[in-house]
Write a protein of this length. Structure first.
Lengths: 448, 1037
């Protein structure tokens, strides 16, 4: 196939098909490296922190947090939205970019999807454990029951969340697994021990690599991509409705759905970059995850960051224009109130910092991208903090105005979710091919 | 014995040697003891032992399992007492327990347990309300620290009353024989039973001295009255008859003399009727509850009160020539004009405990002609008969060793009068009648443990000719004995119970027939008996001029410390009242602590901020205490609340262990008067002390210019009844269908901001009625108080001068503040201070504040934002307009709480019952007796909020249904409305067109808070009208 010289190759280093297989199966077939052990151990330690702080919360009550009579949601829901947001990049990369035939996605979609799933796991912890009675956490499910007319409230955005997130998680999981099947089969075929042969064989579901199999595989992938694409928009739209349908100034805003979706893609790409830059460095995958990939993703960051920034400004202008004193105060308070530091942190991280990606050097310098990706992650956490806490801490009646600072338990749970995330991610990197071998093989001679 | 002998075998018949020897053994084969006790495991347990081991094992396991098995019994009455039906409350007329003078109440009793005080509406003179402390003191009945019976020093266990009496009588006789005296120190109680018992006791022991002691003294008034017209009394003040009230530091709505009665009287004239309402001037140094309600509040130094009184006297036409008085502004002049116009409908009161001040107050009231109308000296107040002069002479006599015995009858001078402990220690026999181990009883040699007032008979006379009867509503919880019976027993009477009738009952009947007369049972039923005379005007023998001359040269101190009482715990007599401690102070909103109040300019000058710990030194002593900056406080004045720093028994729990600082040692004895205003204050920041964090329920004190509390002046209101409430709003469109309330009831509430004084009695009443947990100081710090009902308090500040302010664009940009304009926004105030060139006066406007109180509870919105967001339908709307909470269904997402615009929802962050950390009364068997059985005790992790007392609605409905009639909506009301001493809260059925609520809803002053949200609340507020000069004379269009 002809491709213009101006296009950069998608995979560098002149890899052959067998190189790809060897490179990508290496971490699975060899003993884990020291850096893997280090990362994994940190993950497990943080996971233990998560277990401990959650156990303490359930044992003592949510009183161990510092949420109070006015700010009833604090770090918990901030973290929830943060993690759900991070989960967005995976589906976007695998589904939307698949539909748009963006071939550069092929070497990053696997890990981005894995990240999505682990992020949704992390996110799910918060709405569950922020419940006063977590042991009744199944009540928001519309389960037929013997309690008479007991039913769920379909008016409640929290219920919509339950549906949106469970749908998202299940579709993402199926999509991810489907993509894994040919690669698992490759690992199965290369397996030298009985156990590996059995387990990879089990999960390969009898994949035989026939043309028929491939044909069906691609059709199903396309269908799932079609199903997933609206989910990219719907999940964060619905999450944003937790706020947008309320009456609280600073929450009650119609701009929230697109603003949240853009923010989610922004934060998702931030996190994908963070992870890929680490993986690329640790696993020596520079030839598969090239600076071209990094550059493409920084462009997405630049775009979505600017969309989010525009949303911030729009929000403020609308508030000023509304003539509604509560709304006006909510935004004045964000900028100049006691939490102004959080607001300006957000503004800097999300609106200003990504603007550096106008420069080609910034887009192609991995260490710099890494720094900015961290900044974006921080900024997006603060965005949710600003929306949730600064709106609640000073709403309508000044008598109920309060301040809110997290306790060590809340901080511990947040750090702990990183433990869960990284533990899962390192296990994934050890036991599954982090790059889609089958797909990458189709593009090693291809150009962008 | 039968002649037939049977034999088991031929061996027996033959009686062989072998048989005889083996027959002597019980078991023919011998016991396998060796096997059992040998170490050979194989033979240790054989087949035959299986049952033995099995049985033993089973028994042991069952025994072990019996340990701590939770056995809960619900035992029905074997013989049901008359009138007691499980689930149906009984009401007994009785007297409140928190104040010694007595206040009529109804005691709600469920299954033999008193669970709530409700006002006795028959006692119209007292107004039909209650205060926070009055409610809270109920818990003293169920206090696990109550003494269990008669105690003798050195023994931990109670001894039999018979032995105890013998010991006391021997000791008292020994005192008599030694020629020494016996002192009885009473608490100034108006109990006729105690008085009779003391009289009987004194008849036997004629060497008895009786001294009355009260922690708070009003002897300035009594002695001034003695000088003025020869009677050492405190008159009855009738605020309902006063059109103009001028108070100099008298917190008559909060703590002065008889505040609950004053509340109801005062509020009668506070709602404009026919274009008129009373006018209230308050001159004071600290911001009191009363001051916060005044139409005109003038900051003044309390040490300078004499000068103000002289000025007022002069303005009223008195003939004193003095000039150069230290009086700020011309408010005295305006007040004098209005008083003059009001004539005998003017009333001047003064909180100073100084005879000279009070003499001049008498002279002023005499000039106004208020005696006989606003001041009644005939049916005078009797709740205070203590005089510190008598007490100090008792102390000096005790010091000299004249007393052989002292009986402290319900009083606790060791706590509130410093130095008493050492002097009392000189008296060999010290008998206390306390019901807990308080400061005085822990120093006693004998404790004749009294019964709790709710277990006692009593007749009290708080006002001359007005009697209040108290009857037991529970049989004694512990082995106490009523103090009057103890005194009688020591005087030789037989006080044992006969025919199930206690000595106190017979005694009460006897006292009733001699002192009151009439039908005892009828009196018990009503709770009050009135035998008053028509008021007469006393003849005066003072001249105001002389009194004024005496004060004219008495200038105020440069700095002063004012010792005051907080509305919650008052004089501190009831230390163990967690409800009262958790009730936020109506002014400062601080719970659980006392503190040094100071003005903002002083704080800025000393570089102090709220929470800094300072050492305050006055000539009488010094204490370390955290600072609280109080808007409205006069510059150079400081305030500390009395009643804190109690030393409660060792086993009190949690925050009761740490109740602030005791300021009683700072009270100055000046010329025989306990002076609560002490000059010459030094403030020094304690180096290295960490900032103290108060448990404070409201930290933001400006209203931010929001349309939450609507206000107007009386003039504006007279021109236009819609004044202050006239807003242009767009027509609201609702996405929801309106509820149809045309059938059945439609519950609603109206709150008159004019009547509401912010006294907070409703908060405590609500908490008790609805089993609202007490969470303690630390949880309040974390902003998690559980009160279903709160009172929001906002300050607005008057700009002293015109200033151009620089504000950022988001705060409205540059603007000009005119002199006299009310500043209600935080940023405007900041900018105003910044615009002042002179640092020392930049915060002076903090002195001139206006205060507004607003009770806030669930608004029971028709379009409730909380209802739509609950994922599990735990909060729903009833067909009668109630917003209902289903605790069992709640999973605790807290979304409803976030989405509530009024922030009235409360979450159970912890398990507040059965939890040591929160054991105030919810976690011990005795304290749990006070729980209202009609209301669920909420579990951890669920949301709760005001229910409009749905249990009361329901029980009234059921009663009506049982009686086959329609329910009358005035049959009941909510706990808050019922308790309100100023009738500010009205609850009822809007569908009943004749009801008070329906009429109030039609009132022009009515409005909904945040009505622009379209949530359609069911609580309506009524515009606050201040009786001040009009700011606008135009009629709103």
């Amino acid at each position: 196939m002809y491709s213009a010289d101006i296009r950069q190759p998608l995979v560098t280093g002149g890899k052959t098909y067998s190189d790809v297989t060897a490179d990508i199966c290496r971490p699975i077939e060899n003993k884990p490296t020291n850096s893997w052990w280090l990362g994994f151990s940190i993950g497990v330690v943080l996971l233990l922190v998560l277990a401990g702080t959650l156990a303490w919360t359930v044992w003592e009550g949510i009183g161990t947090w510092n949420t109070n009579k006015s700010v009833m949601w604090g770090w918990d829901i901030t973290n929830f939205v943060f993690w759900v947001g991070i989960g967005h990049a995976g589906t976007l990369i695998s589904a939307v970019l698949l539909l748009f035939r963006q071939k550069w996605r092929m070497s990053i979609n696997r890990s981005a999807e894995a990240m999505t799933i682990f992020a949704v796991f992390c996110a799910a912890i918060f709405p569950l454990f922020h419940m006063g009675r977590v042991w009744l956490g199944f009540w928001p499910l519309p389960l037929p029951n013997a309690f008479g007319s007991l039913w769920v409230n379909f008016n409640s955005p929290l219920l919509w969340d339950v549906f949106a997130i469970s749908t998202y998680l299940s579709v993402s999981l199926v999509f991810w697994y489907l993509g894994l099947i040919p690669d698992i089969a490759t690992v199965r075929d290369r397996a030298t021990s009985k156990a590996r042969k059995y387990w990879y064989g089990f999960f390969a579901m009898g994949w035989n690599g026939s043309a028929k199999s491939w044909g069906r595989y691609e059709v199903v992938a396309l269908i799932l991509a079609g199903i997933s694409t609206p989910l990219v928009l719907s999940v964060h739209t619905i999450v944003s409705m937790d706020f947008a349908t309320s009456v609280i100034p600073g929450w009650h805003t119609t701009i929230f759905p697109p603003y949240f979706v853009a923010g989610a893609i922004f934060s998702g790409f931030g996190m994908v970059l963070t992870l890929l830059l680490i993986a690329r460095h640790v696993m020596n995958y520079q030839d598969y995850i090239t600076t071209e990939h990094l550059e493409a993703m920084t462009k997405v960051i630049l775009l979505t960051g600017s969309v989010v920034g525009l949303a911030y400004i729009t929000e403020f202008v609308i508030a000023a224009y509304s003539g509604y004193e509560y709304e006006q105060y909510a935004f004045a308070n964000r900028m100049f109130g006691p939490y102004a530091w959080a607001y300006w942190t957000m503004m800097f991280c999300n609106l200003m910092a990504p603007q550096v990606f106008w420069s080609k050097w910034a887009r192609t310098t991995p260490w710099f991208i890494f720094v900015i990706s961290i900044v974006v992650n921080i900024g997006m956490w603060f965005e949710r903090f600003v929306i949730i806490v600064t709106s609640l801490h000073r709403d309508f009646l000044p008598s109920s105005w309060v301040m809110y600072h997290a306790t060590w338990v809340e901080v511990g749970i947040f750090l702990g979710t990183f433990g869960l995330f990284f533990t899962c991610f390192f296990l994934f990197a050890k036991f599954l091919p982090v790059i889609n071998m089958a797909e990458v093989k189709t593009i090693i001679k291809d150009k962008e | 014995m039968s002649s037939n002998n049977y034999w088991k075998g031929v061996e027996e018949l033959d009686q062989t040697q072998e048989f005889v020897s083996s027959n002597a053994n019980e078991f023919s084969e011998g016991l396998p003891l060796e096997q059992v006790f040998s170490n050979d495991d194989s033979t240790r347990a054989n087949r035959r032992d299986f049952l033995k081991y099995f049985g033993f094992g089973l028994g042991a396991v069952s025994l072990a399992a019996c340990n701590k098995a939770p056995i809960k019994k619900a035992i029905p009455y074997v013989e049901k007492p008359d009138n007691v039906t499980p689930g149906v409350p009984l009401y007994y007329a009785s007297s409140s327990v928190s104040n010694t003078e007595g206040f009529p109440v109804l005691v709600k009793v469920r299954e033999g347990r008193p669970i709530k005080f409700e006002p006795n509406k028959e006692a119209t003179y007292f107004g039909g309300g209650l205060d926070g402390l009055g409610h809270s003191a109920l818990l003293s009945l169920y206090d696990t620290n109550r003494l269990k019976g008669a105690m003798v020093a050195g023994k931990r266990k109670p001894i039999a009353w018979k032995d105890f009496d013998k010991e006391v009588v021997t000791a008292l006789n020994k005192v008599k024989a030694a020629g020494k005296s016996i002192a009885i120190v009473t608490d100034g109680s108006t109990s006729l039973l105690s008085q009779q018992a003391i009289a009987d006791f004194s008849a036997t022991y004629n060497n008895t001295d009786v001294v009355a002691y009260d922690p708070i003294s009003y002897s300035g008034i009594t002695r001034a009255n003695n000088t003025s017209f020869g009677r050492a009394i405190i008159p009855a003040y009738n605020f309902d008859k006063a059109d103009v009230i001028v108070s100099f530091g008298a917190d008559f709505l909060g703590t002065w003399i008889s505040p609950i009665k004053f509340h109801s009287d005062y509020s009668k004239n506070r709602v404009p009727k026919n274009g008129k309402m009373s006018k209230h001037y308050q001159f004071e140094s600290l911001m009191s509850l009363t001051g916060s309600n005044a139409d005109v509040r003038v900051p003044m130094k309390m040490s300078n009160v004499g000068q103000h009184l002289v000025a007022l006297y002069r303005e009223l036409g008195g003939a004193t020539p003095h000039k150069g008085m230290e009086v700020a502004g011309n408010n005295i002049k305006i007040a004098a004009e209005e008083l003059k116009a009001a004539g005998n409908k003017g009333l001047v009161v003064c909180g100073s405990n100084n005879e000279a001040d009070q003499l001049l107050v008498n002279a002023i009231n005499m000039m106004l002609g208020g005696y006989g109308t606003t001041i009644d000296t005939t049916n005078y107040y009797m709740g205070q008969n203590a005089d510190e002069a008598a007490f100090t002479s008792f102390l000096s006599k005790a010091k000299s060793g004249a007393y052989g015995a002292v009986i402290t009858l319900g009083s606790n001078p060791v706590y509130s009068y410093s130095g008493t402990e050492d002097i009392l220690a000189k008296i060999p026999v010290r008998i206390s009648t306390s019901i807990t181990m308080d400061e005085t009883s822990s120093n006693a040699t004998h404790i004749a443990t009294d019964l709790h007032p709710l277990e006692s008979w009593d007749i009290k006379q708080p006002y001359k000719g007005r009697f209040i009867l108290a009857q037991p509503t529970i049989s004694p919880v512990f082995e106490g004995r009523q103090a009057s019976s103890s005194l009688a027993a020591w005087a030789g009477a037989d006080v044992s119970e006969k025919n199930d009738l206690s000595h106190a009952y017979k005694y009460a009947k006897k006292v009733f027939s001699s002192a009151v007369g009439g039908d005892f049972n009828k009196a018990l039923e009503m709770g009050v008996v009135e035998k008053t005379a028509s008021p007469s005007v006393p003849s005066f023998n003072i001249t105001g001029g002389k009194a004024a001359d005496a004060l004219a040269t008495k200038k105020g101190a440069a700095t002063e410390l004012v010792l005051y009482q907080k509305v919650g715990v008052r004089d501190g007599a009831y230390g163990n009242t967690p409800w009262a401690h958790e009730m936020p102070d109506p002014v400062s909103k601080v719970t659980w602590d006392n503190y040094l109040t100071m003005s903002m300019p002083d704080a800025k000058a000393n570089d102090l901020s709220t929470g800094d710990v300072v050492k305050i030194t006055v000539p009488t002593g010094s204490i370390q205490i955290p600072v609280l900056i109080q808007p409205g406080q006069t510059k150079s004045t400081y305030g500390i609340a009395l009643g804190y720093g109690r030393i409660l028994p060792d086993d009190v729990k949690n925050d009761l262990k740490d109740l602030g600082q005791n300021a009683y040692p700072l009270v100055e004895m000046k010329g025989g008067f306990a002076d609560y205003t002490i000059g010459d204050v030094k403030i020094e920041k304690v180096a290295g002390a960490p900032t103290y964090e108060f448990g404070i329920t409201q930290t933001h004190y400006s209203i931010e210019g929001r349309d939450i509390i609507r206000e107007a002046t009386l003039d504006e209101y007279n021109i236009d009844p819609l004044a202050g409430s006239h807003v242009h709003k767009p027509k609201m469109i609702s996405l929801w269908d309106d509820y149809d309330y045309s059938k059945g009831h439609h519950w609603a509430m109206a709150i008159d901001l004019n009547s509401c004084t912010g006294c907070s009695a409703c908060i405590v009443s609500c908490s008790i009625e609805n089993n609202v947990p007490i969470v303690g100081r630390d949880e309040v710090r974390r902003r998690r108080e559980m009160h279903w009902l709160r009172i929001d308090r906002y300050y607005s500040f008057e700009a002293p001068a015109k200033k151009d302010l620089e504000l950022s664009i988001v705060h409205g940009g540059d603007q000009t503040v005119e002199a006299g304009e009310q500043m209600t926004k935080e940023k405007v105030m900041e900018a105003y201070s910044n615009a002042s060139e002179d640092e020392s006066t930049a915060y002076d406007y903090y002195e001139n504040v206006k205060v507004a109180h607003q009770p806030m509870m669930c608004q029971h919105c028709d379009n409730a934002p909380c209802e739509t967001v609950c994922p599990v339908l735990a909060t729903t709307h009833s067909s009668e307009g109630l917003n209902q909470m289903t605790y069992n269904r709640c999973i605790g997402t807290k979304y409803c709480g976030n989405n509530c615009p009024y922030k009235v929802r409360r979450f159970n962050w912890f398990r507040y019952n059965e939890n040591e950390k929160f054991d105030y009364h919810f976690s011990n068997d005795l304290g749990k007796m006070v729980i209202n059985p009609d209301v669920t005790v909420r579990s951890r992790g669920v949301m709760e909020k005001c229910s409009f007392c749905v249990q009361r609605i329901q029980s009234t409905k059921l009663t009506a249904k049982r009686e086959n009639r329609k329910m009358n909506t005035d049959e009941f009301t909510t706990a808050c409305a019922q308790t309100c001493p100023s009738n500010a809260i009205v609850f009822g059925d809007l569908n009943d067109k004749s009801s008070e609520i329906a009429q109030l809803y039609a009132n022009d002053r009515s409005y909904h808070v945040l009505e622009e949200l379209g949530v359609k609340p069911s609580v309506q507020y009524m515009t606050k009208i201040r009786n001040t000069k009009a700011t606008s004379t135009k009629k709103a269009h």
